[in-house]
Design a protein around this ligand. Structure first.
Ligand code: 2AM
Ligand code: CA
Ligand code: CA
Ligand code: CA
Length: 280
């Protein structure tokens, strides 16, 4: 059977690798750090440069395709995912890591048609790990097949999550309530790579049993979420309903036993809009 999106996926891998080189080179240069919605929401010229590099090269090859890119969406703009072939790009997932040279920085490229993910590419550029998934054809890291952990016991598990960018006291309180509940189950540990895309790849690789976060955007998870499901994992909303990649909330897990147990402990809340004032 002819795979009509294979060309596009091959291009995504090539351009992610090229983007990763730009990121790695920029680590040796002076990084001018700017802020977006708040003093903890960082962006650099490299984020913008890498996004333009990806979009320009895809436009040349696939001129009719659409784009959702983190650095091209205006503050407060609600981006819409349509049925058209759409590239969903996070040029640097883990900008705070990039700024601090904490070594988990990813280029994330998802591709969706009729609102269904067709492929996902996450290049963890400082580890030189290329994670890929094509719908129905499995997930891979540097061409080796991935599969999620088979652990069913929450007490034997490691869970990934992040503190996110909101400093609103109520949101921070909810994050810590969830963490206290989960740590006290007890579990083996909590981790966070500082990159949503890499956290999802850690679930897909079986290194952590689950990852959840409230406040993420579609570009953080478009590619990694397919890598999780193609590695045998599941995606849910943090309250247990079906996942909506545009809803800014996600729970990815190795299986429903772990997911159901976590959902009972997660204090859910609505993320602030990006144009809302953030309490510092
Ligand atoms: P980013 O580096 O592309 O902005 C999930 O935590 C995602 O939220 C991360 O992958 C990261 O994506 C973003 N993020 C994490 N901490 C953040 C912070 N302090 N400010 C803004 N965005 C953050
Ligand atoms: Ca960002
Ligand atoms: Ca991101
Ligand atoms: Ca980013």
């Amino acid at each position: 059977m002819v795979d009509i999106w294979q060309n596009a996926m091959d291009h995504a891998v090539t351009i992610a690798r090229r983007a990763g080189e730009v990121v790695r080179e920029a680590l040796h240069e002076d990084r001018k750090v700017m802020t977006k919605s708040s003093s903890v929401d960082l962006v650099t010229q490299t984020d913008q440069k890498v996004e333009q590099l990806i979009i320009q090269s895809v436009k040349e090859k696939f001129p009719t395709h659409r784009f959702i890119g983190e650095e091209s969406v205006a503050a407060g703009e609600v981006c819409e995912l349509t049925d058209s072939p759409t590239w969903i790009i996070d040029p640097i997932d883990g900008t705070t890591n990039f700024v601090h040279t904490f070594p988990f920085v990813a280029v994330s490229i998802g591709f969706s048609v009729n609102k269904q993910s067709e492929f996902g590419v996450v290049y963890s550029c400082l580890e030189d790990k290329m994670f890929t998934a094509r719908r129905g054809r499995g997930a891979f890291c540097n061409d080796q097949p991935l599969s999620v952990s088979d652990q069913e016991d929450i007490k034997q598990s490691v869970i990934a999550t992040e503190f996110g960018s909101s400093r609103d006291p109520e949101a921070v309180n909810n994050i810590f309530t969830s963490l206290r509940n989960i740590v006290s189950l007890p579990i083996h540990g909590v981790r966070g790579a500082g990159s949503a895309a890499i956290n999802l790849c850690l679930v897909a690789s079986g290194c952590v049993e689950a990852y959840y976060e409230i406040g993420i955007h579609v570009w953080d998870i478009a590619a990694g979420s397919l890598i999780v499901t193609e590695a045998g994992g599941i995606l849910l909303d943090v309250e247990g309903g079906p996942v909506d990649l545009m809803s800014r909330r996600i729970l990815a897990a190795n299986n429903t036993t772990i997911a159901d147990r976590l959902i009972r402990e997660i204090q859910s809340f609505s993320p602030p809009r990006d144009d809302e004032e953030v309490t510092q």
